[in-house]
Design a binder for this molecule. Structure first.
Ligand code: GSH
Length: 205
């Protein structure tokens, strides 16, 4: 199978990290794609023109990182990233959705910055920033409920959060989110030592 990805995308990184956690690297060929240049191969895999997109050997295409991760996790592998039991599963998927929401708001901030200054919206920028701040504070406060990354297999919610925080660092380091969430920084440093995250980190800015 082929995974269209960009090295800076937190959603694509999440999928790549899940593949590595599962021990599926050899089965997932990674294909770089730059979505903003509208490559035809990406459009035929994902008409939305977004990365990540996964193309299976039989030609079927799977899009949206939560669905791709669910598919990868359904394959036999070294780890299980999405719990089976309902309550744990819903908790994991909710943390994934919140983390992806940080990535969504951070990506919107990134795109907004690329627009001519006169077209930028300070109201939207503040709204995205406030949503990110609240969500980071939420994760920081809930950290005690999660096992330390050195002690247990992280789940998909943990992987998504690491990718989101790291993307926020990569694109918006000036906001220094860890001033208000120092425990979450310690958590991020620990989890990013895992090979799945260490080998998929965004390139130096
Ligand atoms: N909900 C999607 C979001 C994917 C996404 O927004 N990817 C960005 C790159 S980080 C993209 O390809 N953007 C191109 C565009 O919006 O046209 C997912 O989780 O896979």
């Amino acid at each position: 199978m082929k995974l269209f990805y960009s090295p800076t995308s937190p959603y694509a990184r999440k999928c790549r990290a899940v593949a590595i956690e599962k021990g599926l690297e050899a089965r997932v060929e990674i294909v770089p794609a730059s979505p903003m240049t509208d490559p035809a191969a990406l459009h035929s895999a994902n008409p939305l023109g977004k990365v990540p997109a996964l193309v299976l050997a039989d030609g079927r295409c799977i899009v949206d990182s939560p669905v791709i991760c669910e598919f990868l996790d359904s394959l036999p592998g070294a780890a299980k990233l999405i719990p089976h039991l309902d309550a744990a599963r819903i908790d994991c998927r909710t943390r994934e959705a919140l983390a992806d929401g940080i990535s969504d708001a951070a990506f919107s901030r990134t795109m907004e910055r690329l627009r001519p200054e006169a077209q930028r919206s300070s109201e939207w920028n503040a709204r995205w920033t406030n949503a990110i701040r609240r969500t980071i504070a939420h994760f920081n406060a809930a950290l005690a409920d999660r096992p330390h990354p050195d002690d247990a297999q992280p789940d998909l919610g943990d992987i998504a959060l690491a990718c989101a925080l790291s993307y926020f660092d990569f694109r918006h380091a000036d906001l220094a989110w860890d001033r208000e969430a120092p425990a979450l920084r310690v958590w991020l440093t620990a989890i990013e030592k895992r090979p799945s995250l260490a080998t998929t980190a965004p390139p130096p800015a």
